[in-house]
Design a binder for this molecule. Structure first.
Ligand SMILES: Cc1cc2nc3c(=O)[nH]c(=O)nc-3n(C[C@H](O)[C@H](O)[C@H](O)COP(=O)(O)O)c2cc1C
Length: 174
């Protein structure tokens, strides 16, 4: 699969099989994410790869609560792995850097045969003392803003094709 093909065929996956992908595959996805460009190459983002069921379920419940949904709703659509992207608040390109990491992770996942979906509300999650403590527990110091989660796993269904692109997307000035 070439890059353009990967970009055009990646789709958000919203139904996952429960099977955990091998760690090597998840590592490959994460490594690709670390090669995303960042402002002045400051590499402001960090990636936390969660395959621990307890933390994954805790994140799911917190995310559902922020959405105003019942905690039994799983915003990660059953994905066994969740990649959390956060970025250093002291670096002014943090949101751009982190967003590009998110996109890169999803494209890499697609190329490797995994399904993925950007799941939002990481910002709200990591503003809570509970999740700041989770970072400290993991030995991560400093102030980080939650950018997003990548729900990751094997797709349980084939996602629908991409919607049409809006006419006004690109303007050429020749
Ligand atoms: C900033 C951002 C936040 C998103 N948040 C969610 C989310 O919380 N839940 C979800 O199911 N999809 C989420 N998505 C996925 C979009 O809905 C999806 O990318 C869009 O509908 C286009 O579909 P595609 O990814 O299949 O091309 C998010 C995407 C972005 C870029």
């Amino acid at each position: 699969m070439n890059t353009i093909e990967a970009i055009k065929t990646r789709r958000s996956c919203r139904a996952f099989k429960p099977d955990m992908p091998p760690k090597e595959l998840i590592e490959q996805v994460c490594e690709a994410g670390t090669y995303a460009p960042t402002g002045m190459n400051r590499q402001s983002p960090i990636i936390i790869a969660v395959t621990n069921r307890e933390l994954r379920d805790k994140l799911s419940a917190a995310n559902a609560k922020i959405m105003g949904k019942d905690e039994s709703f799983d915003p990660f659509y059953g994905a066994p792995a969740v990649l959390i992207v956060l970025a250093d608040k002291d670096i002014r390109t943090e949101v751009y850097d982190g967003s590009l990491v998110m996109g890169t992770l999803m494209l890499a996942a697609h190329e490797l045969g995994l399904g993925s979906c950007w799941i939002h509300r990481a910002k709200e999650e990591f503003e809570t003392e509970e999740y700041k403590t989770v970072l400290r527990t993991l030995g991560i110091s400093g102030e980080y803003e939650g950018i997003g989660h990548v729900a990751l796993g094997y797709p349980a269904v084939t996602p629908p094709p991409a919607s049409d692109r809006k006419q006004s997307y690109v303007t050429f000035v020749e």
